[in-house]
Design a protein around this ligand. Structure first.
Ligand code: GLP
Length: 250
């Protein structure tokens, strides 16, 4: 695992945007696995700026998102489709038909999961999979569990995930209780994984993912078995790795 320890959120975002744009420049028709949450917002902002300046193009890029709340329409302002439009797709030259997010309103959830897995397989899996991490170690919406779930599936969100995401909704009651998520199988099939983390509230999750036992109790720990993971974090998120001597900052 390659670790970039950056001094703050902005530096983390620039580093991540650099790595993503390098991938797109090297492989203009690459498949990007994309993530939502507050962590990658700065990364997307930087990519938008460089794309609008003409530094690189998303014209041939295909993108597949990790997850979507079950029950939210694409135009719901907390849906992950809406997030992607707002923070990236509406501002860059990616073709709308080349962007995929699970359908939160799918009437047959099992069929939607199978369709999404088949779609990702047919694209040849992600060349670069962007990931954030939940405070409980979740990746995508793969929550701590008894087993690693390989396929795309519907997940019951953990109570602490609902708590963490309630800040985006008018009230906790409005947070959906379920989500569609890409499984561990597609995430691990990505050629490269770019894991981002910012803030002290991610320090334990990052330490457990990188140094803890590989266990579905901390889904991010599966990344220890991937042969090309790049972790980009700020000093706060990496503080426990720094303490343990796993990385140095600056
Ligand atoms: C959300 C998303 C994840 C994200 C994580 C952390 O629930 N499903 O993909 O990585 O939680 O979110 P944030 O970046 O806002 O801390």
């Amino acid at each position: 695992m390659r670790i970039y320890c950056e001094k703050d959120y902005d530096a983390m975002s620039r580093r991540a945007a650099n790595l993503i744009s390098a991938e797109v420049i090297r492989r203009p028709d690459c498949v990007l696995g994309l993530a939502t949450g507050s962590t990658p917002e700065g990364t997307y902002k930087q990519l938008v700026a460089w794309n609008q300046r003409g530094d690189f193009s998303f014209k041939e890029v295909r993108s597949v998102n990790l997850d979507e709340y079950r029950g939210l329409a694409p135009d719901h302002d907390q849906s992950y489709r809406y997030f992607m439009q707002k923070h990236l797709f509406d501002h860059v030259d990616i073709r709308p038909e080349n962007t995929w997010v699970p359908d939160g309103l799918a009437e047959d959830p099992a069929a939607e999961c199978a369709r999404y897995d088949e779609l990702i397989r047919s694209l040849g899996y992600a060349d670069l999979q962007l990931l954030g991490v939940g405070r409980n170690g979740h990746i995508g919406f793969n929550e701590p569990d008894e087993d690693f779930m390989k396929p795309t599936h519907v997940v019951d969100l953990a109570e602490n995930t609902i708590d963490a995401n309630a800040r985006f909704f008018a009230s906790r009651d409005e947070v959906p209780k379920q989500a569609f998520t890409m499984g561990i199988g597609c995430i691990m099939a990505a050629r490269r994984v770019l894991l981002l983390a910012s803030g002290t509230n991610k320090a334990d999750a990052i330490y457990n993912a990188v140094c803890g036992p590989i266990t579905p109790r901390c889904p991010g720990s599966i990344l220890q078995l991937h042969n090309d993971v790049v972790l980009v974090g700020d000093e706060a998120a990496l503080s426990k790795l720094i303490e343990a001597g796993v990385c140095v900052c600056g």
